[in-house]
Structure formats: structure tokens, C-alpha cells
Design a protein around this ligand. Sequence first.
Ligand code: PFF
Length: 478
Amino acid sequence: MAADRGQFSSKFGFIFAAAGSAVGLGNLAAFPVGAAKNGGAAFLILYLIFVAFICFPIMISEFGIGRSTNSNPIGAFKKLSKNNALWTKIGGLAVLTPFMISVFYLVLTVWVLGYFILTVFGDLEYLASVNAFSEFVSSPELFVYVALVLGVMFLILNGGVKDGIEKTAKILMPMLAVMLVLLVIFVLTLDNASAGLSFYLVPDFSKINGAVVSGALSQAFFSLSLGMGILITYGSYLSDKTDLVDSAKLVAIADTAIAFFAGLLILPAIFSFNPNISPDELSTSSVGLIFMFLPQVFMSMSSVIGYFGASLVAAIFFLAVFFAAITSLVSLVEVPVAHMVDDKSMDRKQSLIKVMSSIFVISILAIGSFGMLDFVTTLPGYGGAETKSFFDYIIDMFYETILPFIGFIVCIFTAYRWKFKGLSDEIATGNSTYKGSFLEKYMNATLGTIIPLFVLFVFISTVLRIYFNIDIIQMMFG
Ligand code: PFF
């Protein structure tokens, strides 16, 4: 079976693929919004601390679980727990979650592609108008874009691990980095860009409160693709020679660097065209930022570089976001596909068709839940909201809730079921200096204690906030 599963060609192939998964909408949209609203560099520092001290050990652990079992999360939890039924079920959650999150991520990716295409066809002015977004999200042409995105994903995934996922990431990630750097250079030459820069880089620690701390950890988790079985699955395509510690370091650095650069692009861009903007007016969500706020910012550039120039900048931006999103989307879909290949004895193509057609059907409901289909637009609400859409259901349940839960489970599983000896042996294969290192001591001391406690707290506070409208963080920290 192992021979059919495929493998990354080298450590760097793997790093590109994992970075392709990590770098996505979280970096290009959610991070700049988080930084803008929550004290600029103060948020960045907090985020860096979480990446280094909480996420990095979990990432190594996910890689290790995958590589030591050569399996998707279900098989991995099953093997390492010696066929324990409960742990196998939990592995199932780590397959279901990326499947459901891929639906929500697909919807956003489809919008990005739509914005790119409309911009290329000269519609930036329309996209910058007040009602454009609400009209766009309920327009039937979205189904054409869905078909396009699913087609591209199918081509990539059907190529397999090495010739599909790895090759695509090796092409798209450098292109994305170049586009981003070009955009940053351009934006920094604009008048007033320095106002945005200082807003971003001068820390305002007064903005940091309990909610920001919890939000920064969730953001770091999502951005690094943790807690979704993805890094377990990608780790399962690794050879024993690969150094897991080194790989995790490079993936975390690449992911954080891209998020940092996205901040360098977006905040100065906003400030150069709205020099007097107050932080409160800055967009409140990443969706708002990309699809409502930035088209206006790009449009206002036309007074300096003309309509064509502004459309070109916007098109490069949307294309970069699309590249980032598609490599992440592919990683989400790979998890259920790997499960079908490993555990249901299907070939790759069959499982792809099955998984992707299910995603297609559910995504129609998700896309329809922005007004096109009544019965999924207004579902019963909870936690203080009168109604919620099907799209909200997916985000609340899988992204907000189950994701940190699986992060918690990975820690507990590693520490108390697989045990540190298993983890250390796995990491030491490919890293001869791991045993006895400071990192080993740190991992062993924290992966069963402080790290899961912290993640559990984020999980509990999120559940209370979303489903019961109780802000425990506000109650505890004011
Ligand atoms: N890490 C991606 C981002 O920051 O947008 C999103 C993502 C992809 C999250 C894949 C989780 C995942 F498994």
C-alpha cells in the first residue's frame, strides 16, 4: 500500500508543499486585519511568541505522527493507539474537519478568482462600488467559478503527491513571493505609506487584552494549518531521512514571513489613500478587507497610476491571493482523499472524484447561503444571533470550535498515548542532535502540560462565546 501513496521528492519539496498549505488567506487577509485592529507590532510579537512556543512543537508532533505511521489521521491515530476505537474516531474528526473547512475555504477561493477575473475584464470600478460585494456573492456566475476552481484542484491532486501537490507548490509559492514583494515595493513608494508603516510597526500594547491573546493563538493555529490532520497527512509522505525539526522551522518561518509582508503591503496601501483613517474604521474582518475595502483602495490608486495601472495592481494582488488559497485548498482536500486511498482501498482518482463531488454539493449550499437559497440562508441561530447561515454553521463548528479541539487532542495523544519516547525516536530519525537537546526538553515538558492547557482554554472560551454568548475572557481579564 505504501508504494501507492506517493512521497515528496525531497525535504525541500515537502517544505514547499507544507508552506503552500500554510500560506493562504490566513496570511494575506486575516493576519493584516488582526495586526491592524490589535496594536500593530504588539499583535505581531504576540503572534510570534505563539508560533515559536506553542505552534512549532505541535507542528513537529503532527509531522512525526504522520511519518511514523505512513498514514492519514484515521490510520495514524489507530496505529499509534493500537487500534483503540475512541482514538480512531477522533482521527475521523481530523478527516471530517478539513473536509468541511475545504467547503468554506472553497467559497472564499471562488470569490477571489471571481474578483481576479472581473478585474482583468476591467470591472475594478464596479468592484469598488458599495453594493458590489453583496451582488457578487449572490450572483449565479459563481457556479462557473466553482467549476473552474474544482477543475484546477482536480488537475493538481490527480497528479499525486510529487507531481501534483509538490510541483504546484514549487511553482506557485515563488511566484506568490515575487508578486508580494513587487506589490510591497510599489506600495511603499506611495505618498503617506509611512503612516501605514508606523501604524503597523510601532507596537501599541494597550490594545492587547484576553480576547486578542486568544484570537492571536487561533490565528497562528489556522495560519500554520495545524489541528486539521493536514500536517499529519503531509508528514506521512516523508522519508525517514527528512529532518522534521528543520522542516517545521522553515515552514513556520516562511508562513510568518508572508504574513508579515502582507501587513507591509496592506496597511501602507490603506493609509496612503486614506491618511486620516482611524483604526476603528479599518475593516473588521478579512472578508470585508479583501472584498470590500481593498477594491476601493486599488480604485483610488487610479488617480496616481491611471485606471489600467490600478487594475493591474489589483489583478496581481488577487492572483497572488488565489495562488496562496489554491495550494491551501489542495492540502485540505488531500486529507479525506488520503483516507479513502489508505483505508477504503480506492485508487487516487476514484477517491478524488468521490471527495470532490461531495465538496461540490455541499459548497452549493454554502454559496447559496448568501441569499440565493433561502433555506440555507436563514437557519436557526444560537449564542445571541437570531439566524445563522449554513456558511456560518461551518465556520463556527469546524473552524472556530473543532480546530483548536484537535490541536488539544494532538498534544494529549502525543504526550500520553504515543508518549515522548515514541515522539523522540521519530524526530531523532533524521535529526541526530535532537535527543538531549533543549528542544527535546522543552517539548517533553510542555506538550503534555502548558501547551494543551492553553489550547484548551481557547477552545472552551470559543465554545462559550459562540454557542452561549458568554465572554469568559472579558469576565476574567476585563
Ligand atoms: N493555513 C491556511 C491559511 O492560513 O489560509 C489555511 C489552511 C489550510 C488552514 C489548510 C488549515 C489547513 F489545513
